[in-house]
Write a protein that binds this ligand. Structure first.
Ligand SMILES: Cc1ncc(COP(=O)(O)O)c(C=O)c1O
Length: 424
C-alpha cells in the first residue's frame, strides 16, 4: 500500500471518505469494547481458583513462623519471603511482604520518606525542592504518586535498552534535589522494553548527589513472559552489592497478575539497613499483613517452579491476544505511515506511536465508536505527551472475539486520524 504521506490531496480525500464510511459502520454497531487497563481476563483469574481450597484443616495454617491466623511476623512468613527472594534475585532476609498491592508499598515508601526521611536524612517534606526522574512513556500510577506528594517530575526518554543513562547520571550525580527514579525494568509498562545489562550496571554504579536518592525498581512483570525464550534482566541487588550501593535500591513486585489481581501478595526487597528502617516504621502501622493469604499462595504455587508453570498457562491465554493485534497491525498498517507499534516479549501492553499530533484524536474516535482506550497522555507525568503520539494498548481483558473487532476498529481510527492530520 502507498503510504499516506506519498498520497496527493485528492487521494487522501478519497481515502478519508472510505475510512469515514467504515467508521460510521462501526458506530452503528453500538459496540462496548475496552482496551484501557491491563487487567487479567476472567479465564486467567480462574487459573488460581484452586488456591481457595489450599487451607482447610487446622494443621494447614501452620508455617515456619507458627500459626498464620494469629498476630505477628511483621515482615511476612519465611516461606513467602524465600519465594519472592528467588523471583527478585536477592536474599530472603532482604524481603518484606506487603498486602495485595505493590502500589501500596511504593506509596508508603514515598510517604515515609516524606514524613520521616530516609535512613536518618531530613524528611523530604522539610527539604526545599524534590525531584523524581520518570522514564517515559511509563506507568501512570507511578506518576500519580509523585504528583500527589508535590514532587517535580522530569521526563527521561526510554530507549530500547532502558532509560537514557547519560541523562540519568547527569541528574542523579549532580542534583541533590533528585530523590528517586521510577523504573519498570522488565517488559516495561507500556513499551515492553527490558533494561540491558549495561543499563543495570550503570544504575548500580550511580553516585547520587543526594544521600536519600533511591531507585524504585518496580519489577511488576518479572515472570510475565509471552514466549519460551525470555528476556533476561540482571539482578540489580547483586550489581549494587558489587558497587556497595545496595542502600540505593528498593525493589517491588506482586502476584497481582500471577494469582488474583485484587487478592495477591506484594513484596519489597531492600538492603538490610533499609529494611530495618522500613520495618521500624511499618511496625507502628500494623502487626502484620495478611499471612493467611501469604501461606495460601505458597501452598498453591508450591515453589517458584510451580509459579513458572502457572505463568505458562497465563501465556497460553495472553499470547494469542498479542499475536492477533500484531497480525492485524502488520496486515493493515504496515507501510502506510500511520505509526509504529511495539512487539513485546512479555508484560501486558503494546505501545502504539502515531504520527505526531494524532493520539488524542485516535482515542476520541475510538471512544465515539464505543471503545475505551487508556487516556491520551496517561503514560507521561502530568498527563502531558508533548508529541501527542503515544497510545497504550492493553489487550488482556477482552475475549479474543471482541479483540478482533477492537483491533480492526483501532486501525480505522488510526488511519482516519492520520489522514485528517495530513489534509489539515
Ligand atoms: C508497572 C506496574 N507496577 C505496579 C502495578 C500494580 O501492581 P499491584 O497490583 O501490585 O499494585 C502495575 C499494574 O498494572 C504495573 O503495570
Amino acid at each position: 500500500m502507498k503510504s499516506f504521506e506519498e498520497m496527493t490531496k485528492e487521494e487522501l480525500l478519497k481515502e478519508k471518505e472510505s475510512l469515514e464510511q467504515a467508521y460510521r459502520d462501526y458506530q452503528k454497531r453500538g459496540l462496548s469494547l475496552n482496551m484501557a487497563r491491563g487487567k487479567p481476563a476472567n479465564n486467567q483469574l480462574d487459573l488460581a481458583n484452586p488456591m481457595m481450597d489450599a487451607l482447610t484443616s487446622e494443621s494447614d495454617f501452620s508455617c515456619a513462623d507458627g500459626d498464620v491466623r494469629n498476630y505477628g511476623v511483621l515482615a511476612g512468613i519465611t516461606e513467602a519471603r524465600e519465594f519472592f527472594a528467588e523471583i527478585l534475585q536477592c536474599d530472603k532476609d532482604e524481603v518484606i511482604l506487603g498486602g495485595s498491592a505493590s502500589l501500596t508499598l511504593m506509596y508508603d515508601t514515598i510517604s515515609r520518606s516524606y514524613t520521616h526521611g530516609v535512613l536518618g536524612e531530613t524528611p523530604w517534606c522539610k527539604q526545599d525542592k524534590l525531584k523524581f526522574l520518570c522514564p517515559v512513556p511509563g506507568y501512570d500510577r507511578h506518576f500519580a504518586i509523585t504528583e500527589h506528594f508535590g514532587i517535580e517530575m522530569i521526563n527521561i526518554p526510554l530507549t530500547e535498552d532502558g532509560p537514557d543513562m547519560d541523562m540519568v547520571e547527569k541528574y542523579v550525580n549532580n542534583d541533590p534535589a533528585v530523590k528517586g527514579i521510577w523504573c519498570v525494568p522488565k517488559y516495561a509498562n507500556p513499551t515492553g522494553v527490558t533494561y540491558s545489562d549495561e543499563t543495570v550496571k550503570r544504575f548500580a554504579a550511580l553516585k547520587p548527589a543526594a544521600k536519600d536518592f533511591r531507585i524504585f525498581w518496580d519489577n511488576a512483570y518479572c515472570e510475565h513472559h509471552l514466549y519460551p525464550e525470555q528476556d533476561q534482566l540482571l539482578s540489580i541487588m547483586d550489581e549494587c552489592k558489587k558497587n556497595h550501593t545496595e542502600d540505593m535500591v528498593y525493589i517491588f513486585a506482586s502476584t497481582s497478575k500471577m494469582s488474583m489481581a485484587g487478592s495477591g501478595i506484594s513484596a519489597m526487597a531492600l538492603s538490610k539497613r533499609n529494611r530495618e528502617d522500613v520495618l521500624k516504621q511499618m511496625g507502628i502501622q500494623m502487626i502484620s499483613y495478611d499471612k493467611v493469604n501469604q501461606l495460601r499462595h505458597i501452598r498453591f504455587f508450591k515453589n517458584v517452579e510451580g509459579l513458572r508453570n502457572h505463568m505458562k498457562e497465563h501465556a497460553k491465554i495472553l499470547k494469542p491476544k498479542f499475536d492477533l493485534l500484531e497480525k492485524v497491525f502488520d496486515e493493515e498498517l504496515k507501510g502506510c505511515g500511520a505509526g509504529q507499534w511495539t512487539t513485546p516479549h512479555g508484560g501486558y501492553f503494546i505501545t502504539y506511536t502515531t504520527m505526531d499530533g494524532c493520539a488524542k484524536r485516535v482515542i476520541e474516535l475510538c471512544k465515539e465508536a464505543g471503545m475505551v482506550m487508556t487516556g491520551a497522555g496517561a503514560p507521561f507525568p502530568y498527563k502531558k505527551d508533548e508529541h501527542d503520539s503515544t497510545i497504550r494498548i492493553a489487550p488482556s481483558l477482552p475475549p479474543i472475539e471482541e479483540l478482533e473487532i477492537a483491533s480492526h476498529l483501532f486501525v480505522v481510527c488510526v488511519k482516519l486520524a492520520t489522514v485528517e492530520k495530513l489534509i489539515g
